[in-house]
Design a protein around this ligand. Structure first.
Ligand SMILES: Cc1cc2nc3c(=O)[nH]c(=O)nc-3n(C[C@H](O)[C@H](O)[C@H](O)COP(=O)(O)OP(=O)(O)OC[C@H]3O[C@@H](n4cnc5c(N)ncnc54)[C@H](O)[C@@H]3O)c2cc1C
Length: 444
């Protein structure tokens, strides 16, 4: 059997890597002149500046398996202890995000009655709409509706609203709960309660060498895509843009200006708007998947001269009416990435302000600096600034996304969709999905 993978992002290369391990003949066709897609670590003034993902979640056994098999264990770098502290901007001030039940007893930004309502979640009956979430016909529920129903609108809402902005650059009212947070929805469906379900869900075993929550590598996230590329060798063809798929004598032919490649199965590990062009039959369904433009604006000061960083960073709920999604205190979280620098990464744009990422670098610098000054107080001008734009941007799983993905799954016999555009926005989810698809395709 021959498999053609379209797109050499981290997920496309990972599915190819698993397929090759299973003895399948595979080719990866990449439109650009480099592998990695969104994953890109830039060296700038002695710092490693992540243009895309900053770190990987340790969750999901596929991540640990891949890192280990690629020989990267010695290069894994966990976050600092300080990074356990995360903040929310509430009423214009940074407030610690509760990280456990004990924290709920400390003074916080949340009103006592809202915390009590959230604590009563296990007693709230499961919604009958859950039948709809399982595909039986009820209207899909947004993240905002789901959270307000389960945990109350008071304490949980600003937190989930800010998380949706931080993870998806999205709008909690427009993102589908089942697609964006499948674990929470499954917990209600299976256990009648998000809190009880989460407590009862067994964690996948984590090897000793893997940090508890998140990690990167000594030389940044691109270490992973570089290692995948080296391992795949000549299987990856660069500058090979795929423009279409044709059926031919019971098989498939992937075509583009590079020529063509025959295959029995094709994996489209590309964004939804590209997949729609390559396989127009699915275009109407794929058109429902949106994108939120974002810019990651990195501001750097000589170490000790920037604003104070004692934690992971902060997220900004939409009701704060700030034109930023939040910021990561990179040199506090992963000090090894920016030796000698205080480095902050401000995320700008998203569904809240989709035009901002298109501003000039100069305008984005002023904008990000204004945000840092408003939140953290007087701050000198940075020594350097580095801007990474993502356009069209981060995929948005809107209302109805899960139903559409189920339909496309049923239609996918020899053409498959894979990657962050479809199911799971994060790297670890993409690596899990890649391993699962490779196992399905290579099963005898
Ligand atoms: C700012 C930002 C921060 C993020 N932070 C995190 C984080 O901290 N942790 C985390 O887990 N995730 C994070 N993510 C998400 C993470 O980056 C993605 O899950 C992951 O990179 C998606 O990889 P992919 O292979 O699915 O897609 P992509 O990286 O988009 O790869 C698709 C590939 O397809 C190629 N391609 C496109 N068109 C064609 C064509 N016609 N023919 C052939 N090839 C084509 C592209 O060039 C690209 O190489 C972040 C994303 C962004 C934008």
């Amino acid at each position: 059997m021959k498999v053609a993978v379209v797109g050499a992002g981290v997920v496309g290369m990972t599915v190819a890597w698993h397929l090759r391990r299973a003895g399948v003949d595979v080719v990866v066709l990449e439109a650009s002149g480099r592998v990695g897609g969104v994953v890109k670590t830039l060296q700038h003034e002695g710092a490693l500046v992540e243009q895309g993902p900053q770190s990987l979640r340790s969750a999901g056994s596929a991540t640990a398996e891949l890192v280990s098999a690629l020989g990267l264990i010695a290069q894994v770098a966990g976050p600092s202890r300080a990074a356990r502290r995360r903040y929310l901007l509430m009423g214009g001030r940074l407030r610690p995000v509760p990280s456990g039940p004990g924290d709920l007893l400390r003074p916080s930004a949340f009103r006592a009655r809202d915390l009590v309502r959230a604590a009563l979640e296990p007693l709230i009956p499961a919604s009958e709409a859950q039948a709809g979430q399982s595909g039986l016909g009820a209207a899909p529920e947004s993240v905002a509706e789901f959270v307000a129903r389960r945990l109350g609108p008071g304490a949980a809402y600003p937190m989930i609203d800010a998380f949706v902005a931080g993870i998806y650059a999205g709008d909690a009212h427009r993102m589908e709960a089942e697609a964006a947070f499948p674990g929470m929805v499954a917990a209600e469906r299976e256990h009648g309660s998000v809190v009880i379900g989460m407590m009862r869900t067994p964690r996948s075993p984590r090897p000793d060498w893997l940090p508890r929550t998140t990690f990167t590598f000594e030389r940044g996230v691109q270490t992973l895509t570089r290692a995948l590329h080296e391992s795949l060798g000549g299987v990856v063809r660069l500058n090979a843009e795929v423009t279409g798929i044709e059926r031919l004598d019971g098989g498939l032919r992937v075509v583009g200006p590079f020529g063509m490649a025959r295959a029995d199965q094709v994996i489209l590990a590309v964004p939804s708007w590209v997949a729609a062009r390559i396989h127009p039959v699915w275009a109407p369904s794929l058109a429902t998947i949106g994108a939120a433009p974002v810019a990651a604006v990195h501001l750097a000061w000589p170490r000790g001269e920037g604003p104070s960083q004692q934690g992971f960073g902060f997220l900004i709920p939409s009701r704060e009416r700030f034109d930023a999604l939040g910021a990561i205190w990179v040199s506090s979280t992963f000090p090894h990435l920016a030796p000698g620098w205080d480095l902050i990464r401000v995320l700008v744009g998203g569904a809240r302000a989709p035009d901002l990422p298109r501003l000039s670098d100069r305008a984005l610098r002023s904008h990000a600096l204004r945000v840092v000054r408003q939140v953290q107080g007087p701050t000198p001008d940075p020594s350097w600034v580095q801007v990474a734009r993502h356009l069209p941007g981060i995929p948005q799983y809107g209302l109805g996304h899960s139903r559409i993905m189920r339909q496309l799954d049923r239609a996918a016999t020899d053409i498959h969709l894979l990657g962050w555009g479809y199911r799971g926005i994060g790297l670890s989810q993409g690596l899990d999905a890649a391993r699962a698809l490779a196992a399905k395709i290579s099963a005898p």
